[in-house]
Write a protein that binds this ligand. Structure first.
Ligand code: NAP
Length: 298
């Protein structure tokens, strides 16, 4: 049986649960394979991909900070990857000579949203923190779901131009009239206008668990029904989510998105659907692994 060689590229990769997720999928489907972590800096990205092409890899997940930069290294991009301007899944074909870039974060994000929140999006104004690869997927998902307005709070203003350009194409594709605004992260004060906040920055991610992208004073200005969603899943409850919970706000972490995007990546590599029963089993395994890690870290 040929070994299914898979992995994840990014930096840092200390937080990632993807090896565990894909390990369970390989085992659950009785496949002989491996899923390895490849920590690559931005300078090493091009060379790294070339090497993987020659090593018989079938696929890679791409995470922080390479989702945008890796696009230029692909031979083909899926319509979703082109729309979002970000790739989180690479499929190697023709013995590594041909690289397809996909984005499974968009559907992973959509599938992980609470149904009531989705229902209200056409009347909602959502604040997105960050403007990297996952912010682009989140923005694409929100536009696809016909969200009334999105404000993207950005650390680096240079990112705003390409983000707004992308947003126009996404709006045309989905025939949505979402109003898109950008503003510097530092200029955020009251959040009273927002029906939800989505953190796509790594602020608060393990091991820097004391950090939060929003202060208590800012969170206190949110409406009581506003959803606070953190794409981070390690820790399970970031400082941002803990504070929001204490204030009685509904919260969601990134675990469901991780599972959904990961399963879709796996289906692209395997060209076969993953059974729902296995997804449920993987969800239980990951939740308990996270609990264990949280307990170990005190
Ligand atoms: P990325 O492409 O590097 O983007 C990160 C964004 O956050 C950039 O806009 C960056 O600003 C901003 N940022 C970084 N540090 C910041 C700080 N200290 N203060 C303010 N803004 C800061 O990374 P990504 O791939 O989007 O991933 C971001 C996070 O989402 C990670 O924690 C990742 O684990 C999580 N994620 C989770 C899932 C899931 O399935 N649950 C999926 C994707 C991502 P600049 O533009 O100035 O660099």
């Amino acid at each position: 049986m040929t070994l299914l060689k898979l992995g994840i590229i990014g930096a840092p990769l200390t937080h990632t649960l993807s090896p565990l997720l894909h390990g369970h999928l390989l085992q659950g489907l009785n496949l002989s394979g491996e899923y390895k972590k490849y920590e690559l800096s931005s300078d090493q990205l091009g060379k790294g991909l070339e090497t993987f092409s020659k090593q018989g890899l079938r696929g890679l997940n791409v995470t922080i900070p390479h989702k945008v930069a890796v696009m230029n290294l692909m031979d083909w991009l899926s319509p979703e990857a082109q729309l979002a301007g970000a790739v989180n899944t690479v499929v190697f074909e023709q013995d590594g000579a041909y690289k397809r870039g996909h984005n499974t974060d968009i559907q992973g994000f959509i599938q992980g949203l609470p149904p009531l929140f989705v229902e209200r999006l056409p009347e909602s104004h959502i604040l997105v923190l960050g403007a990297g690869g996952s912010a682009r997927a989140v923005m694409t998902g929100l536009i696809q779901l016909k969200t009334a307005g999105i404000t993207v709070a950005i650390r680096n203003p240079a990112r705003a131009i390409s983000l707004l350009g992308n947003a126009e194409t996404i709006k045309q594709t989905y025939k949505a009239d979402t109003r898109i605004l950008t503003l510097p992260l530092g200029a955020l004060s009251s959040l009273a206008d927002f029906n939800g906040v989505i953190n796509t920055t790594p602020v608060g991610m393990w091991p820097d668990i004391q950090q939060s992208p929003l202060s208590l004073a800012q969170l206190e200005t949110l409406r009581p029904e506003a959803l606070v969603y953190d794409l981070i899943y390690r820790p399970t409850e970031t400082d941002l989510l803990q504070t929001a919970k204490r204030l009685g706000l509904p919260t969601v972490n990134g675990l469901e998105m991780l599972i959904r995007q990961g399963i879709t990546s796996f289906e692209l590599w395997q060209e076969k659907p993953v059974p729902d029963t296995l997804m449920a089993q993987v969800r239980r395994e990951l939740a308990s692994a996270l609990e264990e890690r949280n307990a170990q870290q005190g």
